[in-house]
Design a binder for this molecule. Structure first.
Ligand SMILES: [Ca+2]
Ligand SMILES: [Ca+2]
Ligand SMILES: [Ca+2]
Length: 418
């Protein structure tokens, strides 16, 4: 009670300070505030933007000129949020980096309404496992074909890929990727079992497991040079949805272990000794390394279909700062309006980041998780309530932008003064 009153008093004091000299009342919008602009503050964000298309080359075609309505809505959300470092999930990969370049030039660099252009001098993308044919009958339906027999679900190589944009230099030479790390090489991997046989962990054949990658897309450690001699490892991924499978729960188990990869990586030492990157180097992060984990983890701490404890591997890691949980007014309103299973959820609706039909309903799946040494100054989810003009960008199904919402966090990188 005392704590509550103290918090309210502090909030009131803050309001009064902000009010001094203000000429107009601030509108109640969900867009994050302008940067504090202190030297050490960096805004990190993650956004599953649904910039995936049904055929190879279609995203490049859509981005080759301004005016694609969905890409415009995505870009405007990013411009209103103006992160310094951004992961986009579900961004079709092409080997020439055309989509990555065209989205900057024709969308992010073009103003939308009163949203100013946002310029990223640095960007990164790389191949992913989605849509890469495995040559095996991975879903055990008796034929070898289609997206469900690829190393990660997808209709062509690169579908549902990832993109990183940064205002700070990326140490390209030091990037580590984990596209090819074999799942069975993870000690105690939750390999799925065929319940119809006595043999354990045999849903996939030994021949399949010898090649089967842990990562459904890829896992990247992208070192961001936020200042001279100060690097933050941007740890990005997009674990598979824990659904679209049978009693063997192959996707739920893979989702759990994909999340575990970063948990083990940040634990470092012996825990990470099995982790070998695509360049052949082994091991995880050092004790004093700074990081921010970002991505659609497809796992909610309380609700939905993910394997028990999946996201807790990160949320309960002693190396992760969970002092602040991003929220939005739009998520609260969506649960009130949509009702149904949403009203049975154990999680706080304000923390939801995705607008899903049921099951599972609206859940928290998108995360920006800094390391313990990095202080969280502010955070939020871009999900405006319907009385906010910007709600036209998030909307209701069919969504103008994405079924996911952009999640951001302003952090104070120690020693990161520019
Ligand atoms: Ca098959
Ligand atoms: Ca079995
Ligand atoms: Ca919920």
């Amino acid at each position: 009670m005392i704590t509550h009153q103290r918090v309210r008093a502090a909030a009131l004091a803050a309001l009064l300070v902000v009010g001094v000299g203000a000429t107009t009342a601030a509108p109640a919008i969900a867009a994050p505030p302008d940067h504090a602009q202190r030297g050490s503050d960096v805004r990190f964000a993650t956004f599953n933007a649904s910039l995936n298309r049904g055929t190879e080359g279609a995203l490049v075609a859509d981005l080759s000129a301004p005016g694609n309505a969905q890409a415009d809505a995505v870009a405007e959300i990013i411009q209103h949020s103006h992160p310094d470092v951004l992961l986009i999930n579900e961004f079709d990969y092409d080997a020439g980096g055309e989509a990555l370049r065209l989205f900057q030039e024709n969308y992010l660099s073009v103003p939308h309404g009163d949203a100013k252009p946002v310029e990223y001098a640095y960007r990164y993308s790389a191949p992913v496992n989605t849509g890469v044919p495995s040559g095996f009958d991975l879903n055990n339906d008796g034929t070898v074909s289609g997206g469900d027999d690829a190393w990660g679900f997808g209709l062509f190589p690169g579908q549902y890929g990832m993109a990183v944009y940064s205002k700070y230099p990326i140490d390209q030479e030091a990037i580590r990727t984990f596209q090819n790390l074999v799942w069975a090489d993870m000690p105690g991997a939750l390999l799925p079992d065929d319940p119809a046989t006595a043999e354990p962990a045999d849903f996939y054949s030994a021949e399949e497991l010898a090649q089967f990658p842990l990562s459904s897309k890829s896992h990247w450690d992208v070192p961001i040079e936020v200042s001279k001699n100060k690097t933050v490892h941007f740890l990005v991924s997009h674990p598979t949805p824990p659904t679209f499978d049978g009693a063997e729960d192959r996707n739920g188990r893979r989702n759990h272990d994909e999340i575990r990869l970063w948990a083990d990586y940040i634990a470092g030492g012996k825990t990470a000794s099995y982790i070998v990157d695509d360049q052949g180097e082994s091991g995880g992060l050092g004790r004093n390394e700074l990081f921010v984990i970002a991505g659609d983890q497809n796992a909610d701490p309380n609700d939905g279909d993910s394997t028990e404890g999946a996201i807790h591997q990160l949320l309960e890691s002693p190396r992760v700062n969970t002092a602040s949980v991003p929220t939005s007014p739009g998520a609260v309103e969506a649960t009130e309006l949509q009702g149904g299973v949403n009203l049975e959820h154990a999680g706080d609706p304000a923390q939801d980041t995705a607008d899903f039909s049921e099951p599972p309903g609206n859940i928290r799946v998108d995360y920006v998780l800094p390391s313990r040494q990095i202080r969280i100054l502010d955070s939020g989810v871009f999900w405006p309530a319907s009385d906010d003009p910007l709600s036209r960008l998030t909307g209701v199904y069919p969504f103008p932008s994405s079924d996911h919402r952009l999640v951001w966090a302003d952090v104070d990188v120690p020693g990161g003064k520019r």
